[in-house]
Design a protein around this ligand. Sequence first.
Ligand code: DQA
Length: 147
Amino acid sequence: MKTVYVLNGPNLNLLGMREPAIYGSATLADVQKLCEQACVRHGLKLEFRQSNHEGELVDWIHEAGRLHAKGELQALIMNAAAYTHTSVAILDAVKGTAVPLVELHISNVHARESFRHHSYLSATARAVMCGFGVAGYGLAIDAVAQW
Ligand code: DQA
């Protein structure tokens, strides 16, 4: 059974109370449940985590990379949140491990402030999705199950 890593970056622990007009009312625990259900549907194992710390996210990408090297990683689905727009370290971790990445955003970042239009990760991602709300997590798992 292969594993899907779902990594969430800063402030996503506030889902449900954070700018609900943009991010909706579901909590991160709701998102985790949705991901668990999607993984069960496809016979995949789930590692679901959130951190507000860039280095911790980098360490977890390395961990996913070790699984990838053993042929045991289905994909890394990552909502790097604000680090999407700032982090060369996360980009380098994805490049250095060659993990198959889905860059995911709950909101349509292209319809928001211009500083959200640039992503350090998109060029190295196998797929990018945004604007589907938290349903995007389930859709992404449905998609990577076909990889
Ligand atoms: C986000 C969009 C980012 O611009 C923002 O910094 C986030 C969440 C999203 O899921 O829509 O924290 O990644």
